[in-house]
Write a protein that binds this ligand. Structure first.
Ligand code: NAD
Ligand code: IPM
Ligand code: MN
Length: 364
């Protein structure tokens, strides 16, 4: 059996840590601290293996994702914890495309699961909305759509230039993500799934989404299904977010929706994500980027990275430890042991210390 199977019963799990750029390195340091606190007293051992893939390495020796990275990760580790990539010194974003989009594609991490949970009513910018109103997951297709990098430029830099970016949607890719959304709704007793596309304008690719959705939904008669065009969905999410439990959509719309969702629940600093292939090695990261303007100043909120770590523990079947991390973040937010983005006065490291202490107390 491969060592990375999530069915692996061995007590030691190997975690590849890719902090990346900017605040990625700061929040991942705290996430590892909290993960160590959660596992050291429960008899499970996590071995962390660090990788320096990111802008510094790229600028130093041209390496983005090394050629043997994917086979090595599949062979040697159980999960990947990722910070963020993006650096003003690399305006092409070449390293981010190779590393992050490369791992999503090559490891076939076809689900990007992005939960949105309002922990404290005061944190939402919406008037008169409470914690029950904002609690849904975005299930983002993560390997296709406009992200596949097919297309090209012709007569670049001239007045006649042409740029083409292909939107690739396959029957297999669309069907498996829609099925995942329904299965997730069923497993978590969420009751409803909304699929969102732009099939009224994108009459080839998104027409496929609509057709597959209408077929698959009939197999899930216990789950309420609904279709909304993406423009209507964003409007409804602001007007009355309590309607939604599971939203499934394409790669690009899922990217945009997850930042909207993050802000409805208090901001990017709190938002986690899992890049998942069920049953296989998967990658967990906060939704936010490298935030270059606040990097290196102990200002970044590490909670998104800690909640992403909780999703990783779930994937590794370490449920009590995962719950201890979530409980600690909820307590930190409610009791205002937070960074400035959530109205607190603590730094990144101090929030990490508080969460690690709280996790230790929760588990002893
Ligand atoms: P960003 O998410 O880095 O920042 C957006 C805003 O949110 C900024 O004001 C930032 O200060 C704030 N913010 C983000 N995370 C925060 C945190 N943890 N605590 C407090 N404040 C936080 O998005 P951007 O500015 O559009 O992008 C910066 C770089 O990151 C770009 O190179 C972009 O391509 C990259 N990026 C990478 C990822 C990823 O690796 N998954 C995701 C998004 C953006
Ligand atoms: C995200 C990011 C990435 C994406 C970028 C950095 C390519 O915004 O993970 O949400 O668009 O998927
Ligand atoms: Mn994004």
């Amino acid at each position: 059996m491969p060592s990375n199977s999530s069915a692996n019963s061995s007590a030691t799990k190997r975690i590849a840590v890719i902090p990346g750029d900017g605040i990625g390195t700061e929040v991942i340091r705290e996430a590892v601290k909290v993960l160590k606190a959660a596992t050291s007293i429960t008899g499970t051992k996590l071995d962390f293996v660090q990788f320096d893939w990111g802008a510094d390495r790229y600028l130093r020796d041209g390496t983005t994702l090394p050629p043997d990275a994917v086979s090595m990760l599949r062979r040697d580790v159980d999960a990947i914890l990722f910070g963020a990539v993006g650096d003003p010194r690399v305006p092409s974003n070449k390293h981010a495309a190779d590393i992050l989009l490369g791992l999503r594609a090559k490891l076939e991490l076809y689900v990007n699961l992005r939960p949105v949970e309002l922990i404290e009513a005061a944190l939402t910018p919406l008037r008169d909305r409470g914690t029950n109103d904002i609690n849904f997951v975005v299930v983002r297709e993560n390997t296709e759509g406009l992200y596949v990098g097919m297309g090209g430029q012709f007569q670049r830099g001239t007045p006649h230039e042409v740029a083409v970016q292909e939107d690739v949607n396959t029957r297999r890719g669309v069907e498996r993500i829609i099925r995942y959304a329904f299965d997730y709704a069923r497993e978590h007793h969420l009751g409803r799934v909304c699929m969102s596309d732009k099939s009224n304008a994108l009459t080839f690719g998104h027409e496929l989404w609509l057709r597959v959705f209408s077929q698959v939904k009939d197999e899930y008669s216990d789950i309420e299904s609904r279709h909304l065009y993406i423009d209507t969905l964003v409007m409804e999410l602001v007007r009355d977010p309590g309607q939604f439990r599971v939203i499934v959509t394409c790669n690009l719309f899922g990217d945009i929706l997850s930042d909207l969702g993050a802000q409805l629940a208090g901001g990017l600093g709190l938002a986690p994500s899992g890049n998942i292939h069920p049953g296989r090695i998967s990658l967990f990261e906060p939704v936010h980027g490298s935030a270059p303007t606040i990097a290196g100043r102990n200002l970044a909120n590490p909670c998104g990275a800690v909640l992403a770590s909780a999703m990783m523990l779930d994937h590794l079947d370490l449920k009590p430890q995962a719950e201890a991390l979530r409980k600690a973040v909820r307590a930190a937010v409610r009791e205002k042991h937070t960074t400035a983005d959530l109205g607190g006065t603590l730094g990144t490291r101090e929030v990490g210390d508080w969460l690690a202490d709280n996790v230790t107390k929760n588990l002893t």
